[in-house]
Structure formats: C-alpha cells, structure tokens
Design a protein around this ligand. Sequence first.
Ligand SMILES: Cc1ncc(COP(=O)(O)O)c(C=O)c1O
Length: 446
Amino acid sequence: MSYTFSHSQALFERASKVIAGGVNSGIRKLEQPVPLYFTHGQGSRLWDEDGNEYIDFQTGQGALLYGHAPQGMAEAVYEQAKRGTHWAAQSLLEIEVAERLCQLIPAAEYIRFNNSATEIVNSVFRLARAHTGKPLILKFEGHYHGWGDEGLVGFGIPADKWGPDERPASLHPSQGVIPEVLEKFIVVRWNDPEHLRQRVEEFRGQIAAIVFEPVLCNTCCIEPGEGLVSTIRELCDRDGMLMIADETITGFRFGGGGAQKHYGFTPDLTILGKAIGGGVPFAAMAGKKWVFEKIINGQVVHAGTLNSNPLCLAASKWCLDEIIRRGEAHPATIIQLGRQLMEGLRALADRFEIPLRPQGPGLVFHTVILKPGAAEGPVRDYRDYVQRHDAARFTHLRRCLLEEGVRAIERGLWFLSLEHSAADISDALARAETAFSRHAQEWKKS
Ligand SMILES: Cc1ncc(COP(=O)(O)O)c(C=O)c1O
C-alpha cells in the first residue's frame, strides 16, 4: 500500500506559519514523517487529507472508547446544541451524569466536573492537602497526571538526571515550573512495595496523598505487581493519606467500575477523563462523601466557567448509557481482541526476527522493542523501560505501520475501542505483515 502524505505535509507547512510549532500539543509533533491532518472517522477507521484510510489504534489518545463519530452521541450533542451550548449553571443533565457515575464506580459517592483531567489533578491535589493539612504528594516515576506544574513531576526524566534507585529525583520535564513545586513531591519507583514503604517512612506524617495510574499506561503499559495496590491502601489507611487513583485511561475501558473494580481496590478519590466523554472535553473527580467536605463548605475552591457544560454532559450521558447497556460483557470482548492483536504482532515479529514484545492487559497495550543485548521478560518500571526499549527502532516500525494504514501511538501504545472487530484485527495483522517485512529489511541496512 505504502501511503504518501503530501497534503498533510503542505498543511503542516501552512499551519507552522500561524500555529506555534504547527501543532497544538507538543507530542503531536512526534508523528513521523509529518503530523497528519484528518478529515473524518467512522467506527474503527480514520481518513486523512491524502485520502489514506487507517485502522486506528491511537483512538484520540484513548478517549474514543466508543469509536469515531458514534451516531448516537452525534445526535445527543446535536439535540443539546439546539437547546443551548453553555449556561454556566445547573441542569438536569449534570445530575443524570453524576447519578450514572455513582452507580457505576464503586468508590464514587460524590462527583465534581471539569473539562480536562489535568484540571481534575489540580483539584484533587489541592483537596488532599487541605483535607489532611499535609504538604506532600507521593507519585510514581513515569506516571503521567496531566501536563501541569504538579502532575508532570517525575515524568519523562532523562537517565542522567534520575538520581539513585532508592531516591528518584523530583524533577519536571518542562522549564518555567514554579521551583518550589518540586519539593512538594516524593517520587517512587513503580512496582516495588518495599521501596514504597521506605519512602513513606522517610516522609511519614508529611504526606497528603499517594497518586497512581492503576495500570501504568503512559510508560509501557505496566500492570500493578503482586501486593502493590494493597500496600498503597494499607499505608494510606495507616497514616491518614488519601489514595488517589488516576483512572483517566483505565476508567470505563476496564468496564463501568474501572480498574478499581477489575483489580479490586477502593481509592478515596478517582480521576476520570478521556472515555467519560468519548472525545469531548470532559473530566470528573469521584470520591467518598467525607473527602468532599472542604469543597462543599467552600474552604477549597473548585471552579470553572465551562464545568458541567451541557454539550459535554449530553455526550457523557450517551457514553455512560453505552457502558451500562453493555453490562458485564464489557471489557471481556476488547480484552480478547487486544490479546489477539498482541499475539498476532508477536508472531509476525518472530517471523521477521524483530525483538518486539507486546505487554499490557490487551484492551490497551505497549509494543516494546528490545535493544540489542537487552534482557527478556516483562518491563517492570520506568527505568527498566528506558534501559531496554529501543525507541528509535520503534519509531521506524511505527512509520512502516502507518504507511500500511495501521495507526498506533508514536511511543508504542495501542488502544482498542468497542468498535474494533475481529475483522479489523485480521486486517490490521495483514497490513502489519507488509510493514514488518519492510521494517526488517530497512532496519538491517541502516
Ligand atoms: C493518566 C492520565 N492522567 C491525566 C491525564 C491528563 O488528561 P488531559 O489531557 O485530559 O488533561 C492523562 C492524559 O493523557 C492521563 O493519561
């Protein structure tokens, strides 16, 4: 097939004259050979300005759990738009959406809405500090909690700045961050309960909350190892810290109850984004009633002009009804399809002698390519990932896949949607065969 991208190239050049850097989110520049410009999507498929059709596993960075342009959602948003796009006030819709969230999520008794998970992260950290009267937040290395000054501490830090294994440095990948913020975070390696205990001990009595992605989707899709989540819960209960589950990716993807139901834990606060709105700018925090006390009495400010915007609520109500309708059947089907894709990619990789090792729970997974001489076995944490994953080689393979019409996320993540079918997986693997063959030949020569 081998797609070309001349229309996207021309549009990117035009955009670069009026949009800083040509894109509106830094990571979009990673797309090779050029950031793509899309015209429309339907279900599992997406089309660009060059007329190329993709089987899409990027799915709007995971927000499009219900596929591209679901008709029911389009109608719900259209009907709402005719009645009003924005009120900055109350509506029946916001109660209906909050009721559905409380019905679906085990640890949800109260809800508040914002428009991005980054805003929710700010809100829950503020609430946790106010509630406990303690200044510090403990987070895990390589976990992504939005792009703010606080959420991004300890993410994407280069190896020469890591600090020792026992005390990961508290650094931020961006310049311009309020320097004192870094002192308010304790960074801990993922999947090492003993190390976690030691770090909590070091700062005992000063920690307001422990925040984590239940599956470390933003770095290599690493599931929580034996005893990790229960250790977080135990330490939080012992020291009065809040357990904050960032379910921005895992929420609804793992079924209505999210990762907390799937892995069997109960957080104090839950961060929800992406699939809660199926692609509209919508996010929420959910938690036990007592956690919200200071928001209710006004001691903690939580605000936003576009909070509980009716267009977003209409979309979200449709999404949540879709999850409720699917009941217990979800997420079994997308787990199974995702595993099929993982196994198919691994078989192709073996055939073409590419050291590709898909890992993750299926409904989202990461394709690690081992560096020459790197050890086998699942990647366990951020440091392990950087040391063993051959990012340059994956970039080449990803481009070959794109040119054959299979679109994964630039850094190696794949999202399944509820619109992907067994036929899509077979089609993707047939296209991947050509891409892997090309990659194997070209990479050998390079
Ligand atoms: C786990 C996690 N938390 C928070 C965020 C921030 O979400 P948003 O981009 O909606 O602000 C993301 C975004 O990718 C995420 O993956």
